[in-house]
Design a protein around this ligand. Sequence first.
Ligand code: PLP
Ligand code: COI
Length: 341
Amino acid sequence: MTRKPDPFTVPFGTVLCDWMTTARADGGGYVYGGSPEPYRDHVISPAAHALHYASAIFEGLKAHRQSDGSLAVFRLDRHIQRMATSAALLRLPEIDPGTLRRMIIDAVEANAPEVPDPPGSLYIRPTLVGTDPDIGAAARPSRSALLYVVNSPVGDYFKGGVRPLTLLLETSVPRTVPKFGMVKCGANYAMALGVTLDSMAASEAIDQILFATDNDITETGAANFFLADDERVVTRHLDESFLHGITRASVIELADHLGYQVEERTIHPDELVDWAERGEAFLTGTAAVLAPVGSIVHDGETLKFGGGQPGRNAMRLRQALVDIQVGAAPDPFGWRTPVRG
Ligand code: PLP
Ligand code: COI
């Protein structure tokens, strides 16, 4: 293993592990050689479909070191399922879940020595790009594709660890087009970049942009959004317009299990004033985990939630989630997939 920096001292995702797995499809199914290979550059044509017509998707999931030293991947099959859906929606060659599962497990096992102890983890990035060398194929799907899995030892996504985040409410510019919000594709992040950079330029304190076009709060640039109090947990109902977070789904199940009433519905920005006075807000995501929100800025006004401190319900739900991820609590929902550590 080459010597790498401590993931807590460098930005999230900038350290890559020594091993990766790769498969290629060429008009048929994906062919995976069956073993990890050293991390290296891929060779693709300058005319590759993904480079011109954005036929590129990815996933983000994590493996956690367990209290007994072994490793477990969190919600492996759910992430595979979401990637298969993204591939289908962008008309990329159909993913075989069994092949991708093998590729993820093989990569994690090969990189096991690089998995940090909690609160660090191994971020897993399966990626799929259309590779047909055809610059005329604007209205044709790529028949060939490159599927690969790279890993990154990670610490906190938000600099400074678990702390109350500041969000900026964006009510006029959407993150992406509504029909493709649920696709985990690079193009969605590229479309959000301009508005994110412009908004963040206004204040260094902003951690994330909270998108709320048409008075409908959906998600931030990298996470889903929740409101909570001692009885209730509220988040946006699912439709095509935003990413169906797997942490979101997990927190909903956990909240229900812990006796909260869960509401999946439209959230109007006007509601925030009341919630800020007596409730809490938080974000969920694989990278973000469960991050308390301290303030939401809109039109120059700042709404402080819980006096700007992390809420007790957010922290309770975060602990319940993390305990399952790292094996400090039983796994009643079957969310952990053990892999060789
Ligand atoms: N929304 C966006 C735009 C994201 O990038 C992410 C991160 O993956 C999420 C929501 C949360 O999804 P998940 O919990 O599956 O990581
Ligand atoms: C994730 O949480 O997995 C994401 O894809 C967010 C990304 C911006 C790091």
